[in-house]
Design a protein around this ligand. Structure first.
Ligand code: C2E
Ligand code: MG
Ligand code: MG
Ligand code: MG
Length: 274
């Protein structure tokens, strides 16, 4: 009892907590109308093959243009959407819109879509994905779902069961933010991922820190020995790229190649008028 009221007091009197909680509640509430009010947008960031030097696909990255607060990062609103359950509608919308976008491309590159653990743990996810592919007409081979380890840790048996069914339908699965979760090696061992994405924090620190560079090299060696292609996130400089090429990294993504931007089909459309 005493402990309980003590912790309540601490929470209550912490400066700014009230304000932050209110802001969060406000966002949670506004998020329920964001889709209907057309406030969500998807940006697309190129993923480049370091073997062929060609763009191999694009990752869909969500943005929320709040009418009062302006642009809100997914790092801020996705966790809120996960808490309220709104992520189900939003996630489904992203998947459908991104697949529809990829159908408009004049080439057969991949579209990578981030999946929330909340989505992955719903038993009907494989059917939802299949339905969206049928609806949009996108070939399953062109869709890649990016998942983080959080989902797998939450309920390993269920997550792996869903992932196996998704993979059986021809859709590929990438492990996102590799190196930041727990028991990464165990997860890699349990499921045949099609790609490992090294978290951008390692590459961003590789220039200042010997250790971060060592981790990048270790993940590349791991991918090679498991036969899983590795993509490095967060490539910003020529010397980071040189490190990746030297170490035999398969793919890369980052500001060096292009920031998340307009839909590729829109760019092609405009280019055709130039
Ligand atoms: P993520 O999936 O790991 O996406 C990569 C993030 O790194 C993106 O941040 C991207 O803009 C950023 N990035 C790319 N290249 C560079 C670089 O060279 N330097 C730096 N510093 N950053 C770079 P963003 O767009 O803010 O998204 C943050 C996270 O939000 C994503 O991380 C993903 O976990 C989540 N997210 C975004 N869209 C969705 C979505 O549609 N559904 C779900 N569930 N999560 C999403
Ligand atoms: Mg991702
Ligand atoms: Mg990532
Ligand atoms: Mg991330």
């Amino acid at each position: 009892r005493a402990k309980e009221s003590l912790s309540e007091n601490i929470c209550y009197y912490e400066p700014g907590m009230d304000e932050r909680a209110r802001h969060r509640r406000q966002l949670a509430n506004d998020l329920r109308h964001a889709l209907a009010r057309d406030e969500l947008r998807i940006l697309y960031q190129p993923q480049r093959s370091l073997k062929t030097n060609k763009v191999s696909g694009y990752e869909a990255l969500l943005r929320w243009h709040h009418p009062r607060f302006g642009l809100i990062s997914p790092a801020e609103f996705i966790p809120i959407a996960e808490q309220t359950g709104e992520i189900m509608r939003i996630g489904e919308w992203v998947l459908r819109a991104a697949c529809a976008e990829a159908v408009r491309w004049k080439w057969d590159g991949k579209i990578a879509v981030n999946l929330s653990p909340v989505q992955l743990l719903k038993p009907d996810l494989p059917e939802r994905v299949t339905n969206i592919l049928l609806e949009t007409g996108l070939s399953p081979r062109r869709l890649e779902l990016e998942i983080t380890e959080t989902a797998i840790i939450a309920d390993k048996a269920r997550a792996l069961h869903s992932l196996r069914r998704i993979k059986a339908s021809g859709v590929s699965v990438a492990m996102d933010d590799f190196g930041t979760g727990y028991s990464s090696l165990d997860t890699l061992h349990s499921f045949p991922f099609d790609k490992i994405k090294i978290d951008k924090s390692f590459l961003l620190r590789a220039e200042q820190s010997e250790q971060a560079g060592t981790i990048v090299r270790a993940v590349l060696a791991l991918g090679k020995s498991l036969g899983i292609p590795v993509l490095a996130e967060g490539v910003e400089t020529e010397s980071q790229l040189a490190l990746l090429v030297r170490e035999g990294c398969d793919e890369a993504q980052g500001y060096y190649f292009g920031k998340p931007g307009e839909a590729p089909s829109m760019i092609a459309y405009r280019a055709s008028f130039q």
